[in-house]
Design a binder for this molecule. Structure first.
Ligand code: ZN
Length: 114
């Protein structure tokens, strides 16, 4: 059959990392503007996906096969670097979450949410 008559599957918003195959987390321009060095920022446009697999060197990717590697980020990000804050905006780290999980009350997480 002529390819012109074959319908492409509808895009459902999901995208998988081109290096490791992990389902990406969609992100808009704000985190891209904050986390990527200006020299690499132009590769991504205003919408991309974050690869959350900790051993993968890809930080962000888009549907056009562009990737931004961990080395192109301004600062280390969790979970690529387990010592980096889980929440970069407020500095909440893995140790904070673990301490809250062991405590009687999740004080740090409640303060963050407040
Ligand atoms: Zn990946």
């Amino acid at each position: 059959m002529n390819k012109a008559f074959i319908r492409e599957p509808e895009f459902d918003g999901r995208a998988y990392c081109p290096r490791c195959g992990t389902l990406g987390a969609p992100v808009e321009h704000e985190p891209l503007d904050v986390h990527i060095w200006p020299e690499s920022r132009t590769k991504m446009g205003d919408f991309a996906w974050f690869c959350g697999y900790f051993q993968c060197e890809v930080a962000y990717f888009n549907r056009f096969d562009a990737v931004v590697l961990v080395g192109e980020l301004v600062a280390p990000v969790y979970p690529k670097d387990l010592d980096a804050p889980i929440c970069a905006c407020f500095g909440l780290g893995y140790d904070d979450v673990e301490a809250d999980a062991r405590a009687d009350s999740p004080r740090r997480i409640r303060e963050l949410l407040a």
